[in-house]
Ligand binder design. Structure first.
Ligand SMILES: Cc1cc2nc3c(=O)[nH]c(=O)nc-3n(C[C@H](O)[C@H](O)[C@H](O)COP(=O)(O)OP(=O)(O)OC[C@H]3O[C@@H](n4cnc5c(N)ncnc54)[C@H](O)[C@@H]3O)c2cc1C
Length: 449
C-alpha cells in the first residue's frame, strides 16, 4: 500500500488528502500540520474577526482532524516537518507539544506549506503596541483589539483593507498606512481611488506614500515623523511562499520565488508534488510562471495534486489572477492582465474605461459599475478587466474571466447571449458596453468623391 505524506493541511493539503482518499481508498495518507486546526477557510478570518457571533470560528472549519480520521486520513496536528530526506524518502518531524522527534516515511510527498507574512522591516518597541499578522486561524486571538481603541493597519492590499473594515466595524479608530502612492496601485487609478474613498467615507484614515519607521510606546512613528496612536498594529504588507523545506531538500524554486511545478503539480524531485500558496502557477495568457496566492487556486491545485498522488494523471490548466475584494459593500475585482502587464507580455493592448448601470437604470438597486477593459489590438482577444461598484461586480468580472479563459474577442463578448431582466441587468451588460467600444467601427466612405 503506497504511503502519501502531505505537509500542510489548510486549503491545498486538505483538498489533496480528500481527493486522493476518494480516488484510492487503499492509500495510507498522513497530513502533517503545525497548527491544531486544519481544513479551514483563511479567507473567512476577517469576517469572523468582525462578526464573531454571526460567523463563529468553528464555522470556518470545513473538516476537523476527527472527521478526516473517519475518512481514514491520519492527521499529525501540532507537528512540524523539519527536513525532507529525498534519498531516504522520509520527512523528519517534531511534535510541538512534547518536543519529540520522529520520521514519516513516504512513497509520494505533497508540499502544501502555504505562505507566511513578511516580517515587519521596522524597529519594534517592546513597550509599544503588539504587532500582529493575520494569516492562520491561530492568529485570530492576538488580532482582536484589546478595547475599542486605535488600530494601525500597515499595508493596503486585500487583507489590509478587509481587516481595516473589520476593526472599524468593531468601533476602533483605524489608520491604514500604504507605502505606495495609492491602494491597489497595479490597477487603474480609478479603482484604487474608489476603494480609498469608500474606506474614508467610513471614517478610516488612509495615509499613502508613507512607511512606518518604528513602533513607539504609544503607537507607530512614520518616516515623515508623525506619530499615530495605536493599541494594536496589524502588519499586512505582503506574504512570501514557504519554501524553506523544499529549498533545503534541493527542490527547484522558480523565478517567482515559489516552488516550481509542472502542469501535474510535480516538483523537480521524483514523487514530490507542491500545491497552493507555496507553489507557482502558469498564467494562461502569457504562459509564464506566476505566483498568485489565492484560496481558489490552492483548492484547484490541491485537487490536481490529490488525483496525481493517488496515481492519476490530472493537469492544472493555469490561472488568470481572477479575484474580488469587498470593502464596506463596495466590490473591487480583476481578471487577466492590466494594460501595462499586457504590454510587458508582448501584446499590443488597447483599453477603455466605462461607467454603466448594474441593472436597468430605473430599477431600485441599480448602481454604477466602473469597468476597465483591455484587449489585444491585432487579435481583438480580451486580455483583462478590472471593475469597481456596489452591485453586479462578481457577474461582470466572471463574464470576462470566462471570456478570457475561452479566448473570446471583444466582438464575441459584445454579442454574447446573456440573461436579461430589469432587476438583474441592463439590456446590454456592462462587459458588452465596454467590448462594443473596443470594436473597430466601419469607416464611412468619404462623401463628395
Ligand atoms: C485573512 C486572509 C483572507 C484571505 N481572503 C481570500 C479571499 O477572499 N479569496 C482568496 O482567493 N484568497 C484569500 N486568501 C488567501 C487564501 O486563504 C490562501 O490562498 C490559502 O489559504 C492558501 O492555502 P494553502 O493550503 O496553500 O496554504 P496555507 O493556508 O498557508 O496553509 C499552509 C499550512 O501549512 C502549515 N505548514 C507550513 N509549513 C509547515 C511545516 N513545515 N510543518 C507543518 N505544517 C506546516 C502552515 O502552518 C499552514 O497551516 C486570504 C488569506 C488570508 C490570510
Amino acid at each position: 500500500m503506497a504511503r502519501i505524506v502531505i505537509i500542510g493541511g489548510v486549503a491545498a493539503g486538505a483538498k489533496a488528502a480528500m481527493t486522493a482518499r476518494r480516488r484510492n481508498p487503499g492509500l495510507e495518507i498522513v497530513v502533517i500540520q503545525e497548527d491544531a486546526e486544519l481544513a479551514y477557510s483563511a479567507c473567512g478570518i476577517p469576517y469572523h474577526l468582525a462578526q464573531p457571533e454571526t460567523i463563529p470560528r468553528a464555522r470556518l472549519i470545513a473538516r476537523t482532524a476527527d472527521e478526516l480520521a473517519r475518512e481514514g486520513i491520519v492527521v499529525r496536528a501540532r507537528v512540524r516537518a523539519e527536513a525532507i530526506e529525498l534519498g531516504a524518502r522520509a520527512v523528519f518531524v517534531r511534535d510541538l507539544e512534547h518536543g519529540r522527534t520522529g520520521v514519516e516515511p513516504f512513497d509520494r510527498l505533497l508540499l502544501a506549506t502555504g505562505a507566511a507574512p513578511i516580517a515587519p522591516p521596522y524597529w519594534i518597541d517592546a513597550a509599544g503596541p503588539p504587532v500582529v499578522t493575520l494569516r492562520r486561524l491561530a492568529d485570530i486571538d492576538r488580532c482582536r483589539p484589546p478595547d475599542t481603541g486605535s488600530v494601525v493597519v500597515v499595508g493596503g492590499g486585500p487583507i489590509g483593507v478587509e481587516a481595516a473594515e473589520a476593526y472599524r466595524s468593531l468601533g476602533c479608530r483605524v489608520t491604514l498606512v500604504e507605502r505606495l502612492p495609492r491602494l491597489f496601485a497595479s490597477l487603474p487609478d480609478s479603482i484604487g481611488d474608489a476603494v480609498q474613498a469608500e474606506l474614508e467615507r467610513h471614517g478610516i484614515r488612509i495615509i499613502t506614500d508613507s512607511s512606518v519607521a518604528r513602533t513607539v510606546r504609544t503607537g507607530v512613528e512614520l518616516e515623515s515623523g508623525e506619530t499615530i496612536p495605536a493599541s494594536l498594529v496589524l502588519q499586512a504588507a505582503g506574504i512570501r511562499p514557504r519554501t524553506e523545506l523544499a529549498e533545503a531538500a534541493g527542490i527547484r524554486i522558480g523565478t517567482t520565488g515559489a516552488i516550481a511545478v509542472d502542469r501535474r503539480q510535480r516538483t523537480s524531485a521524483v514523487g514530490v508534488y507542491a500545491a497552493g500558496d507555496c507553489a507557482e502557477s502558469r498564467h494562461r495568457l502569457t504562459d509564464r510562471p506566476v505566483w498568485l496566492p489565492l484560496g481558489d487556486v490552492a483548492n484547484r491545485q490541491g485537487r490536481v495534486a490529490g488525483e496525481n498522488l493517488a496515481g492519476g494523471d490530472a493537469e492544472f490548466p493555469g490561472v488568470l489572477g481572477t479575484m474580488i475584494v469587498s470593502v464596506f459593500g463596495l466590490a473591487m475585482a480583476r481578471t487577466g492582465l492590466t494594460a501595462i502587464e499586457a504590454d510587458r507580455a508582448g501584446f499590443e493592448p488597447i483599453g477603455v474605461e466605462v461607467t454603466a448601470p448594474s441593472r436597468a437604470r430605473y430599477m431600485p438597486g441599480a448602481e454604477p459599475i466602473r469597468l476597465c477593459l483591455v484587449a489585444d489590438r491585432p487579435s481583438r482577444r480580451v486580455l483583462g478587466a478590472a471593475a469597481v461598484g456596489r452591485d453586479g461586480i462578481g457577474r461582470t468580472i466572471d463574464i470576462l474571466a470566462t471570456a478570457i479563459w475561452a479566448g473570446l474577442t471583444v466582438d464575441d463578448v459584445a454579442e454574447l447571449d446573456l440573461a436579461y431582466a430589469p432587476p438583474y441587468s441592463p439590456v446590454f451588460a456592462v462587459p458588452q458596453v465596454a467590448a462594443e467600444l473596443l470594436r473597430p467601427k466601419p469607416r464611412l466612405a468619404p462623401s463628395g468623391g
